[in-house]
Design a protein around this ligand. Structure first.
Ligand SMILES: Nc1ncnc2c1ncn2[C@@H]1O[C@H](COP(=O)(O)OP(=O)(O)OP(=O)(O)O)[C@@H](O)[C@H]1O
Ligand SMILES: [Mg+2]
Length: 227
């Protein structure tokens, strides 16, 4: 029996986080050294240093999230968040990355006041993971729509794209830890994102599913019961 269901998640995550913390730290050190040389550009360096520190801050956020998972307290579902503004905020934050990836991000909001039973930070983790997946995996030229609607009272958060999609047999496995459908394409990523999404959504009383077909795109749908 698996007495600690988050062990695998935690071990992989911790390793990835430690590894990724080294990168901004090394760049920070190089920036500090460069700025203190004669003829350096301290003002420009400061700006880049800020970006590196922000990156580390995000990683530390992930570590904190992990320790919350570990304690198993009601940290996930505690609270309720108006989803529309958060969706728009995330799309605008990802603007630059979306341009670089050649994947367009859009929102489709049917109900502006719809609230989802998650703390804002947890909802952000869900939406960010799904949007970032589209940027990373859907392929250039794809469009990704972040949608919010009700279906017979059920609250639906859906992130769908019209990109590369995955094979039908992969759909139910996408939420497994470390599962990556496009290993052959050597995309970066640890295969933990959707496992985290599933964990968070289910802890908040919702359900996730993956729909789609190869070359038609992927839709990840989180359904939350009526308030
Ligand atoms: N929008 C998408 N289009 C095509 N394939 C996708 C999409 N989203 C996810 N996938 C597939 O599902 C796999 C699992 O996604 P998941 O988010 O769990 O991991 P990841 O993105 O590879 O890594 P990370 O842990 O950084 O999120 C991906 O490796 C990819 O093969
Ligand atoms: Mg991912």
């Amino acid at each position: 029996m698996n007495r600690d269901p988050y062990r695998e998640l935690r071990v992989g995550f911790t390793a990835a986080v430690s590894h990724e913390l080294r990168t901004p730290l090394a760049r920070l050190l190089a920036l500090i050294e460069g700025a203190s040389l004669p003829g350096g550009d301290p003002a420009g360096a400061l700006q880049q240093m800020r970006a590196e520190v922000e990156l580390m801050d995000e990683l530390i956020d992930d570590v904190l999230f992990l320790s919350e998972l570990e304690t198993g307290r009601e940290v996930v579902s505690l609270g309720s968040t108006e989803a529309a503004p958060l969706l728009r905020e995330i799309v605008s934050e990802l603007d630059e990355r979306s341009e670089r990836a050649g994947v367009e991000l859009e929102v489709e909001i049917e109900d502006e006041s719809l609230e989802l039973p998650l703390r804002a930070r947890m909802l952000r983790i869900v939406v960010q993971n799904l949007a970032e997946n589209a940027l990373r995996h859907a392929g250039e030229g794809a469009t990704c729509v972040l949608g919010l609607r009700r279906e017979n009272g059920t609250r639906i958060l859906s992130v769908r794209d019209d990109g590369t999609g995955v094979a039908e047999e992969d759909l139910p496995r996408l939420f497994e830890r470390f599962y990556r459908a496009d290993r052959a394409r050597a995309s970066r990523g640890s295969g933990l994102g959707l496992a985290i999404v599933k964990h968070v959504v289910e802890a908040a009383g919702g359900q996730v599913e993956a729909l789609g077909a190869p070359a038609e795109g992927l839709e990840i749908r989180a359904a939350f019961p009526q308030e």
